[in-house]
Design a protein around this ligand. Structure first.
Ligand code: GLV
Ligand code: MG
Length: 318
């Protein structure tokens, strides 16, 4: 499976649009998903499945994580989505995004179905990952069991639009505070619940879309919050959102340099050559095992995003 690959930006692409699929190939996103769910009208689903199989097999995706969002399990389409796409292009597919997951049974169903298709078609069993979308109150309540329901789970994905509708939140603008609520962040509990569940299960936490595609400042504000909390990435709906989201979910250069320097300095100071110390100084800062763990997170995100160091630490020479 695709473990810790960077998922800073994940582009939503309607599976029914040849034009948008073609355009997606050239965008600098870490991941894309070809959608069979809400972006595709009921009468266009069958044709979109075939188009998606063709697009995956054609390739040209340049190392991006390749995903397909199938329909939710409260429809009649899901099994046919999975069978058509995985039988037709399973070797060219990294994960399936499963929307409106409200119970771990949904994930188990997909895991078992994938295993069947993989066995029947000679694909490596277990390689295709699952990204459950948390989009209602039941899903949030069951989130720990959902995250643990299959070793294929690679990320938990917040679906803010469906989620806000499901809890009757009095707002139509995804990510912005509902008018009348002025004592905090109305999304804090939901976002933290998803993040903690993802971290406890060792999988990634991904924020959903920001729908005002022309409002890049609003995107920066809303996405900046989830990036600051520790989410790994966010969906994008339009080319205009890509750069902002990649930037928000990459460490700043100075933080990346600092993190790598903490790791190097700490390794040297704890080694025999550096005096085998448990805590040490890096400039004016004391670093210890806990600093190393924090630095590993930032360095890991920077490395996954392909960043390079500009200011490497060197051991003292005397
Ligand atoms: C995405 O699927 C959402 O509901 O926000
Ligand atoms: Mg949704």
């Amino acid at each position: 499976m695709d473990g810790r690959r960077a998922r800073r930006s994940c582009l939503a692409v309607p599976g029914s649009s040849a034009k948008m699929i073609d355009k997606a190939r050239g965008l600098a996103v870490d991941q894309f998903f070809l959608d069979l769910e809400d972006a595709v009208a009921p009468l266009a689903k069958a044709e979109a499945r075939d188009r998606i199989v063709g697009a995956l097999n054609e390739g040209g995706w340049d190392g991006k994580i390749r995903s397909v969002r199938v329909n939710a399990l409260d429809t009649e389409w899901t099994y046919r989505d999975v069978v058509t796409v995985v039988e037709g292009a399973g070797a060219e597919l990294d994960t399936i995004v499963l929307p409106k997951v409200s119970t771990p049974d949904h994930v188990r169903w997909l895991d078992l179905t994938l295993t069947q298709i993989e066995r029947a078609t000679g694909l490596e069993v277990g390689r295709i990952g699952i990204e459950p979308q948390i989009e209602d109150a039941a899903g949030l309540v069951a989130i720990d069991a959902i995250a643990a329901a299959s070793p294929r789970v690679a990320a938990l994905v917040y679906g803010p639009a469906d989620f806000m509708a499901s809890i009757n939140m009095r707002s139509l603008v995804v990510g912005h505070q509902p008018p009348g609520y002025d004592v905090g962040d109305a999304y804090h509990y939901t976002l933290m619940r998803i993040l903690i569940a993802a971290r406890a299960a060792g999988v990634q936490a991904i924020d959903g879309p920001y729908l005002q595609i022309k409002d890049v400042d609003g995107l920066r504000q809303v996405g900046g919050r989830t990036a600051a909390l520790g989410f790994d990435g966010k969906w994008v709906l339009h080319p205009a959102q890509v750069d902002a989201v990649n930037e928000l979910f990459s460490p700043r250069q100075e933080d990346y340099d600092h993190a790598e320097n903490i790791l190097d300095a700490y390794e040297w100071h704890t080694s025999a050559a550096g005096g085998a110390r448990g805590a040490a100084m890096l400039g004016d800062e004391m670093i210890d095992e806990a600093s190393r763990k924090m630095a590993l997170v930032i360095a890991g995100k920077g490395r996954a995003a392909g960043m390079t160091r500009t200011n490497p630490w060197t051991p003292p020479t005397d």
